[in-house]
Design a protein around this ligand. Sequence first.
Ligand code: PMP
Length: 380
Amino acid sequence: IVYLDYNATAPIRPEALAATTTALRTVGNASSAHGPGQEAAYAVDRARAQVATLLGCAANELIFTSGATEANNLAIRSAAGPGCDLVVSAVEHPAVSEAAAEVAAHAGGTVHTIGVYRDGTLRLDELEEALSARPALVSIMAANNETGVLNDLDLVVKLSHEAGTLVHSDATQLVGRLPIDLRKLQLDALSLSGHKFGAPQGVGGLFVRRDTALAIRPLAYGGGHERGQRPGTLNVPGIVGLGAAADAAACHLDQEMVRVRLLRDRFETAVMTALPGTRRNGHPDLRLPGVSSLTFDGLPADAVLAAMPALAASEGSACSSGALEPSRVLLAMGLTRDEADCTIRFSLGYATTTVDIDDAAHHVIDAARRVRAALYPNTT
Ligand code: PMP
């Protein structure tokens, strides 16, 4: 099977698999004072430094979590006080939009939702307007999971800080795929998830800037782990896998970015040339190198996907595929419901090869032609 669903989850990197396997075979609770406990604590420290290097932050600015969903909830819940407003974009992952809706409802505040243009980029005019309500937090994603479209976070931070508002970004789809430097990008908080860049599933983190006014309030109460901000025995095998994946991603980022972009472009050219009426969604340049969101005119995505079982790709986002609702992201960009229903997301990454891409293009072209012939038998 050709796997082009890296935005749902990426294959584990060999370095991460080795580190996690070693940790699974090793006893030790990172909170214990004895030798095995201290070995585990040392492995966690090392992983924290590796993730910090990938992000350009300090190790003590990281809180390990179960993934980006938890990290997003932790940041958003922490920012909210009574009556506070929150600002999110219309294309956030539910781990941000649903968390914001829940938190604002509890706090008696309002969520302001910033729209996007047809190319998926943020309506900064709407952001400026929302900032005049003096919200407690702006949460804008770094890269969209369905289209790969990138936001100008520097500008979002500048506008928000000028208005006295804290900024969080869900960078789940960007970390490990494009460079980021939190020394330059002055976000107050950032969420990441290991399984999108080659760590095991179920581990991630929240960066919280040391001198930010954002005071983290834990989601759960228990021990003093992660300085009381995320109690619970540390997931040592997951965390060391996250560290190893971060290290490998940081080492190869420059080459991987270029290689993956070329493969993605090769795929798009092959498919769009062979299938007239195929449209690409999202800004042509301001997007992740490994994502291709394609709308196949008149061909329902579920039918095309079913016609190519040897290719793993997804309809809208993986979390909502299987649901009957069309993609909120594509609708927010102004696609019609029919267009959204005819859209497939292909996402590739560090282990994708040229052979994979050529096979994938062949499967897509063949499947689309068969679905077209079945649905529109009288046209040529
Ligand atoms: N945010 C975005 C943009 C995502 O793509 C995902 C994964 N689908 C998440 C958050 C949730 O991440 P996790 O699986 O680590 O909870």
